[in-house]
Design a binder for this molecule. Sequence first.
Ligand SMILES: Cc1cc2nc3c(=O)[nH]c(=O)nc-3n(C[C@H](O)[C@H](O)[C@H](O)COP(=O)(O)OP(=O)(O)OC[C@H]3O[C@@H](n4cnc5c(N)ncnc54)[C@H](O)[C@@H]3O)c2cc1C
Length: 121
Amino acid sequence: MVKLKRKSLECQYLINLKFIPELRRIEKNGDGNLQVGPLATLTSLARSPLIHEGFEILARAALGVGNLQIQNLATIGGNLCNASPSADLPPALIALGARLSLASIRGQREVKVEEFFSRTI
Ligand SMILES: Cc1cc2nc3c(=O)[nH]c(=O)nc-3n(C[C@H](O)[C@H](O)[C@H](O)COP(=O)(O)OP(=O)(O)OC[C@H]3O[C@@H](n4cnc5c(N)ncnc54)[C@H](O)[C@@H]3O)c2cc1C
């Protein structure tokens, strides 16, 4: 929205995906690894009891973002894809050894968070 208002981004259509429940889940798998959907909001990360069981650094990072209004809307996927060099969640995710599952119509692959960001000069 900020980029649209500044006119640094122009688009003909805007699609809001934020209410797809399957993509908002925060859950542990059988191995004890945490799985977070890309649409989980920063508030939901900060409040999730699962996050506080060994992933506290992620809750702290989420609470460091902007203010409550931002945290209520911003998602973990958006914080990563926004790719700000000063974003709060990537350092916490890198410290936790998090991996991202990237999917497109061409397929799916996993990358470490530190390998997700590309550099442009
Ligand atoms: C006032 C203000 C204060 C802020 N303060 C901070 C701060 O202190 N720390 C910080 O880290 N950030 C800060 N931000 C940035 C904020 O964290 C990000 O704007 C927010 O996390 C983006 O999340 P979103 O879900 O709204 O993403 P969107 O804005 O909806 O998306 C951002 C970009 O990522 C793409 N995208 C989003 N989700 C996906 C997905 N699942 N798959 C593929 N592409 C996707 C979108 O298409 C878009 O290009 C601030 C922003 C504002 C406006």
